[in-house]
Write a protein that binds this ligand. Structure first.
Ligand code: C2E
Ligand code: MG
Ligand code: MG
Ligand code: MG
Length: 288
């Protein structure tokens, strides 16, 4: 009997694996055509300065609406795109689209774009960044790329060389998901980061879990000591915001401050009236 059960369990896994492999192949295939079929879009999430209560910029987040499966999470399709190499084309589209969008704003807000390790290690990446800034006219200081620690450990020296070249253009670099990777502390010193993003998983339990609060305090202290501003991700409640305010966190991002959404819903911020006298045609622009 045990033998039979074992065999059945095995068959079950085999069948399940078969489905997963097929699913994945389909997604791989469909992802290759997603740009041409106009299935990708960017949503934008505001980043807020705690002290002044003003928006400093937006993070661009990629969305894929599959024709039959509906919305697929980037947590699912980005790893597939990385493995197949499709991320190079997709990443280029993301950067170009985000920079073009930001260049059209009347406010000089920053645009943060996630960049994967595969893009960073690609020999033509820095040249492409340069070209995108030239083509869109976005000043380099308004672009920030977000890199995770895991992207750095694959080839330390190469990553360092790439980040230095990116810095030299004038682009800012943020360490994303800080605290979830490894060798964080030495990485912070070795690489030319402009700011730290504390991962949302620490913020979530800041008021219920003493350890999470201790870690967040430590990261904020680290940022102060190294002269690096810290932005907290995934801020969902007023209590979390209060904690971060009390601990002098520089910036916050999360559902409490604004969910990622089409940029048109933030028009008040991107097309505010400060710059109106500089370009009088701004009110003529169609809403997006
Ligand atoms: P990330 O860069 O760390 O982005 C933060 C994620 O947290 C986003 O998920 C965002 O929608 C979500 N989030 C924001 N505020 C809150 C909150 O208050 N509570 C909770 N629970 N979540 C919040 P999303 O958009 O699903 O993206 C997941 C990850 O996929 C990103 O993590 C990033 O690593 C990757 N990703 C997204 N867009 C791109 C892209 O254009 N290129 C690359 N290479 N990766 C991307
Ligand atoms: Mg990010
Ligand atoms: Mg993050
Ligand atoms: Mg993340």
């Amino acid at each position: 009997r045990a033998k039979n059960e074992g065999r059945n369990t095995y068959r079950f896994f085999e069948a399940k694996m078969g489905v997963e492999v097929r699913e994945r192949r389909l997604l791989e295939h469909d992802l290759r055509h997603a740009i041409a079929r106009d299935e990708l879009r960017l949503v934008y999430q505001p980043q807020k300065v705690v002290l002044s209560d003003t928006i400093s910029g937006f993070e661009a987040l990629l969305r894929w609406r599959h024709p039959t499966r509906g919305e697929i999470s980037p947590a699912v399709f980005i790893p597939i795109a990385e493995e197949t190499g499709a991320i190079l084309q997709i990443g280029d589209w993301v950067l170009r689209t985000a920079c073009r969008e930001a260049a059209s704003w009347t406010q000089p807000l920053k645009i943060a774009v996630n960049v994967s390790a595969v893009q960073l290690y690609n020999a033509s990446f820095v040249g492409e960044l340069h070209q995108i800034l030239l083509d869109t006219g976005l000043p380099p200081r308004r672009l920030e790329i977000e890199i995770t620690e895991t992207a750095l450990v694959r080839d330390f020296n190469r990553a360092l060389a790439m980040l230095r070249q990116i810095k030299a253009i004038g682009i800012a670099i943020a360490m994303d998901d800080f605290g979830t990777g490894y060798s964080s502390l030495s990485n912070l010193r070795a690489f030319p980061f402009d700011r730290i993003k504390i991962d949302g998983s620490f913020i979530k339990s800041v008021n219920s879990n003493g350890q999470a609060a201790t870690i967040v305090r430590a990261v904020l202290g680290l940022g102060r000591g190294l002269g690096l501003p810290v932005i907290a991700e995934g801020v969902e409640t007023a209590a979390e915001l209060k904690f971060l305010q009390d601990e002098s966190c520089t910036e916050v991002q999360g559902y409490l401050l604004g969910r990622p959404a089409a940029i048109g819903s933030f028009r008040h911020y991107t097309h505010g009236d400060v710059a109106l006298d500089e370009s009088d045609d701004v009110t003529m622009r169609p809403a997006q």
